[in-house]
Design a binder for this molecule. Structure first.
Ligand SMILES: [Zn+2]
Ligand SMILES: [Zn+2]
Length: 400
């Protein structure tokens, strides 16, 4: 069997993710139209304006625990060689095809969210097996969605109980579907209000079908597309006025409108009681509110904004840097170098196939000790100038 795995992470993408994006990665398969010979996997981030940003791609023979593990391991090495800490990351995937185990194996302390859209579709499938009318099923799906987005355990339980009143099997199915991977009340990572993998669908049309016949042409069309997207986004952001990107500014303004109607009581220098329809406690030292919206979205909630208004402080000082226009610029500041004339090269003779692993030695001469026993694969090419991955000597930007 031929080994067909190819990891690609442009230096510009690694640089853009590390310097400008939240520690949140979406993992999915990109559907190919013209070939069944290999599969294309992607790890993508979101930029400061919530636009999808590709970090790495991997061509593999099939989608399973082994190939996802291989991809994630190479991704981790690429990030680590660029001094990215790799701890406290959050991953979002459908949790299937070996992904659940592969993520926890490679990123031991990472948090792994399951795509809510996928789980809801599965839940709908389960409900169709039951005797309920469409109206009752839709009500249960609404309760399910409410449970997933509930910020507190109490609200989560209340929504599950209202499903249990109709069907204890349906409620048990939900509890068995690992809510620690999708419920805001229980999940411990940081999704910044991203619940589904849908944004990764943007890659579906990045590769023209005629380029899918060759791994090299496919990877090159990804490079061209990344360059196009980078240029158009850099152009679009020229008219933005900061400090936040438009999407984040819109979210904060929405909270700001609701903050006006609240009363603020001071408990200490950093802890405040905020009264609206209910009472919430804001801690501006820890960037927390008991409503949990601040922690979950990453942006100050209406209660926190009420506190800042009372103190005469600027709420922009409490917005993380990866929601700011300067981070957006950093994400797209890497240079993607042209590779001339790939169209004129003939790859049809199998030149793009990866070499087979060497045959086992049959002679009884003593083996030479391998220089680096920890090296995972010879497919990780190092830059001959700086010895890092993700680029080569011609595109090296490392300064000594
Ligand atoms: Zn709050
Ligand atoms: Zn280099």
């Amino acid at each position: 069997m031929k080994t067909r795995r190819f990891f690609v992470a442009l230096h510009a993408c690694l640089h853009g993710f590390i310097n400008g994006c939240r520690p949140l990665l979406f993992l999915d398969k990109v559907p190919l139209k013209a070939t069944n010979e290999y599969k294309l996997l992607v790890a993508a981030a979101v930029d400061a304006d919530d636009g999808v940003f590709p970090l790495a791609f991997n061509v593999v023979e099939d989608e399973n625990y082994d190939s996802w593990g291989w991809f994630l391991m190479h991704l981790k090495i690429a990030l680590q060689t660029h001094k990215y800490p790799c701890n406290g990351m959050t991953f979002l995937s459908n949790g299937q095809m070996g992904l659940d185990a592969a993520v926890s194996h490679v990123f031991e302390d990472g948090e792994h969210a399951f795509c809510l859209h996928h789980i809801i579709e599965e839940f709908k499938g389960e409900l169709r097996k039951g005797p309920w009318s469409q109206q009752i099923r839709e009500g249960m799906v609404e309760d399910f969605t409410r449970a997933a987005q509930a910020c507190s355990i109490e609200d989560f339980n209340a929504s599950i109980e209202s499903i249990r009143n109709i069907s204890s099997e349906a409620a048990d199915w939900i509890i068995a579907s690992k809510p620690e991977h999708w419920s805001d009340a229980i999940f411990r990572g940081f999704r910044y209000d991203h619940f589904s993998l849908n944004i990764v669908d943007a890659f579906d049309n990045w590769i023209p079908a005629k380029k899918e016949s060759s791994i090299v042409l496919m990877v090159d069309s990804l490079r061209i597309k990344i360059k196009e997207v980078t240029e158009s986004r850099l152009e679009a952001c020229k008219v933005w006025e900061g400090p936040l990107t438009p999407t984040m500014e819109y979210k904060v303004q929405d909270e700001m409108l609701k903050a006006g109607k609240m009363t603020v009581l001071c408990s200490s220098e950093t802890v405040f009681e905020v009264r609206g329809n209910a009472v919430f406690v804001v801690n501006i030292g820890n960037w927390e509110c008991t409503c949990r919206r601040w922690q979950l979205s990453g942006l100050p909630c209406m209660h926190a904004i009420a506190v800042f208004n009372r103190l005469g402080r600027c709420f922009y000082d409490y917005c993380p840097k990866f929601f700011r226009i300067e981070s957006y610029h950093l994400t797209y500041s890497g240079i993607i170098f042209p590779i001339p004339d790939l169209d004129s090269v003939d790859f049809s003779a199998g030149a793009n196939l990866l070499p087979l692993p060497p045959k086992r030695r049959t002679s009884d001469k003593p083996r030479r000790k391998r220089s680096n026993p920890n090296k995972i694969s010879t497919l990780t090419r190092l830059c001959s100038r700086c010895k890092q991955t993700g680029h080569n000597k011609a595109t090296c930007e490392v300064q000594f």
